[in-house]
Design a protein around this ligand. Structure first.
Ligand code: LMR
Length: 314
């Protein structure tokens, strides 16, 4: 039987969706379909064609197709959901819950109809609650519905640490635990540069400032952009997750995963370290937390549960 290229559909052709489509194609992870609603069909097709015309220069053979028809997403291996509204200055991610939950439900119905065997990655905010919404609506097993936030939050943390130490970002490792909100928990004990614990390299007050900047990292970009939220770093994070699944890389990365007892939580999607590979979330890794870290995580969990309580009824 002929070997076929993988298929990745990106739902939502705004800045994040379009950038994700481009990055996924540039890595030749498969053929990409970029989808948006019918009144965005022209711009979506235009963006996709423009990207396709860059492939000879890039030397990649992934195709990129723009569409407003879910039929074109049929049999996708991975579906990335970026659809929905983004926050503007003065808003919290949680202000988006009602509008985006409705959008998640209608998108998920179509994804399930056309790509019943796909892995779904959810970016839309508030990310923990939206991933939960997609999971419930899809009826997919928990390993096939994965939320994005920890790769992004950790990338921000790693950027700030590398800047502080004037070292390669490649050598900085870290872990951000908890919900994708201002209470997220960068775990300093598990962070290092070149294997050297951060606490040996950076003064505690500076570490605290970096943690605070990481927590507010999305808001910092929203404030600077003035009319939307970050897209380059979110798209890079989504691309890493698509690659981890399609190449079965078994990366240990933080994702928003469904918890059934891990970290003492039940029936909750939350940012935790996971092994992400060819079967989606293959394992949730449980870390031993100190009393202080547990208290910080509890606060973050409470914030996520507050948003969950605001989800519209069925
Ligand atoms: C981010 O962290 O950049 C995204 O969640 C977008 C936002 O609203 O902050």
């Amino acid at each position: 039987m002929a070997i076929k290229r993988r298929k990745i559909s990106v739902i939502g052709s705004g800045f994040t969706g379009a950038t994700t489509a481009l990055m996924v194609a540039q890595k030749e992870l498969g053929d990409v379909v970029l989808l948006d609603i019918p009144n965005m069909e022209g711009p979506t097709k235009g963006k996709a064609l423009d990207m396709l015309e860059s492939t000879p220069v890039q030397g990649v053979d992934s195709t990129i197709t723009g569409t407003s028809s879910y039929e074109d997403t049929k049999d996708s291996d991975v579906v990335v959901i970026t659809a929905g509204i983004a926050r503007k200055p003065g808003m919290s991610r949680d202000d988006l819950v009602a509008t985006n939950a409705k959008i998640m439900k209608s998108v998920t119905k179509e994804v399930v109809k056309y790509s019943p065997n796909s892995y779904i990655i959810v970016l839309t905010n508030p990310a923990d609650a939206m991933t939960y919404t997609v999971y419930k609506e899809s009826g997919f097993p928990k390993n096939r519905v994965i939320g994005q936030s920890g790769v992004l939050d950790t990338a921000r943390f790693r950027t700030f640490v590398a800047q502080e130490l004037n070292v390669s970002v490649e050598d900085v490792t870290g872990f951000v635990l908890g919900g994708h909100g201002d209470d997220m928990v960068p775990l300093i004990r598990y962070s290092a540069a070149g294997g050297v614990p951060l606490t040996k390299l950076i003064a505690p007050e500076r570490i605290e400032e970096i943690v605070e900047r990481t927590r507010k990292g999305g808001g910092e970009i929203v404030g600077l952009l003035g009319n939307g939220s970050a897209y380059y770093a979110p798209a890079a994070s989504l691309t890493q997750m698509v690659e981890a699944i399609l190449k079965d890389k078994k990366r240990i990365i933080p994702t928003i995963a469904y918890l059934e007892g891990e970290y003492g939580q039940h029936d909750l999607y939350l940012g935790v370290p996971t092994i992400l590979g060819g079967d989606g979330i293959e394992k949730v890794i449980e870390l031993d937390l100190t009393e202080e870290e547990k208290a910080q995580l509890d606060k973050s969990v409470q914030s996520v549960r507050n948003v969950m309580a605001a989800l519209p009824a069925e």
